[in-house]
Design a binder for this molecule. Structure first.
Ligand SMILES: NC(=O)c1ccc[n+]([C@@H]2O[C@H](COP(=O)([O-])OP(=O)(O)OC[C@H]3O[C@@H](n4cnc5c(N)ncnc54)[C@H](OP(=O)(O)O)[C@@H]3O)[C@@H](O)[C@H]2O)c1
Length: 348
């Protein structure tokens, strides 16, 4: 099978290249670049192993422009582009080849909400009805036939996986605090992302309701049975000086009694057959346990005397939070066993 990657030189594109290089069902990769077409892939990404060469035969080992990528002839197109550009470039392919969009362009069902959050009219509002939210564990059946799979954001993935099983037993708003590695901001040259600015330094940013992932999280929280239509979050992300990785802590008030055992059993039941969501063997998961894997580790603590639920999760923002989940969705969409080509062993 052939996979086209739009934005192959960005962080999530580079991780897609690595996962697909080792994927047994992908025999051809077409890496697309806006700014570096014609350049050998290994010049812009020297860390790639030589095994990739066998999968780059059709492009002669080089990055290509979109006009030379023949996306219609591919089995799948990954769009690892910034929002706006992603819908502009990948949108017209919808219906001709399955699209897995890592950007935010097809995540929000309401185009007016998109305009409010992203500051521009949606480039293809007509495609929103043909898009499904690709949080695989919750929307697997929709993903199987979708024209456009809107891969979730990293913060929403790590927030929603432990929280969705509890929407019927908690009061909203819930308090969500998240810590992210620097690669979550993409591979751009920005003063705020310089080593001297980020090393030995941590800060909250866009606190409360200001982060663009808040509407995405709230939209997903309002869908499961028993979820209130007013479900909301107070969300505060923090930037911490690690390259990749993300942890999320959520605190919610319980609306009915729930014991520690009942809460743990609920998570164990919901995710019993899921290869990529694990109840952490630790009381609280750590980022290194999931680094470079497609796994989300979760844990729960019930403060019974306070009627509070605490949820913890850890993902790698570039894998389960982006490229890994995108390949998980590709596997489902193309009828490949879901765990194919995806790592589950973390670091120590
Ligand atoms: N980083 C994360 O942890 C993460 C997690 C979840 C989702 N995402 C989303 O995934 C997408 C990619 O993120 P990223 O971190 O990989 O970003 P990135 O490192 O900044 O890479 C994006 C790539 O898109 C290409 N590009 C930029 N502007 C373009 C334009 N106007 N037209 C065509 N191509 C353009 C660039 O490659 P060329 O110039 O070579 O074409 C660039 O390398 C974003 O929408 C992001 O929000 C990121």
């Amino acid at each position: 099978m052939t996979a086209v990657i739009l934005g192959a030189t960005g962080y999530t594109g580079m991780v897609l290249m690595r996962i697909l290089a080792d994927h047994p069902e992908i025999d051809s990769i077409v890496p697309v670049s806006h700014s570096s077409a014609g350049t050998p892939v290994t010049d812009v990404d020297p860390g790639l192993g030589s095994a990739i060469a066998a999968k780059l035969v059709t492009t002669g080992g080089r990055l290509v422009a979109i006009d030379d990528a023949a996306p219609d002839a591919a089995d799948v197109v990954f769009s690892a582009l910034p929002h706006g550009a992603s819908a502009d470039i990948a949108g017209p392919l919808a219906g001709r080849v399955p699209i897995i969009d890592l950007s935010a362009d097809f995540r929000l069902a309401d185009p007016s909400l998109y305009q409010t959050v992203y500051g521009a009219p949606h480039p293809h509002p007509d495609l929103l009805a043909r898009s499904v939210y690709g949080l695989t564990e919750w929307y697997r059946e929709d993903v199987r036939t979708a024209d456009v799979i809107a891969n979730p954001g990293c913060y929403p993935t790590a927030t929603l996986l432990p929280l969705l099983p509890f929407v019927d037993v908690i009061r909203f708003p819930v308090i969500v605090n998240a810590l992210s590695g620097i690669s979550g901001a993409g591979r751009k040259e920005t003063r705020d992302l310089l080593f001297n600015e980020r090393s030995e330094n941590m800060n909250a940013y866009n606190p409360g309701r200001a982060h663009r992932h808040v509407p995405e999280i709230e939209q997903a929280l309002r869908i499961p049975p028993g979820a209130p239509q007013t479900a909301s979050v107070v969300f505060t992300p923090h930037l911490v000086p690690v390259k990749q990785g993300m942890i999320v802590t959520t605190v919610a008030e319980l609306s009915q009694p729930l014991s520690q055992q009942e809460a743990a059993d609920r998570l164990a039941t919901v995710y019993a057959d899921e290869p990529f969501v694990r109840l952490s063997p630790r009381a609280v998961p750590q980022s290194r346990d999931v680094r470079s894997t497609n796994r989300c580790d979760i844990a729960v603590k019930v403060l019974e005397s306070d009627s509070r639920l605490m949820l913890f999760s850890a993902i790698d923002n570039l894998y389960k939070g982006a490229a890994g989940q995108a390949v998980q969705n590709m596997n489902v969409r193309l009828g490949i066993p879901e765990a194919t080509g995806l790592r589950i062993h973390g670091e120590f």
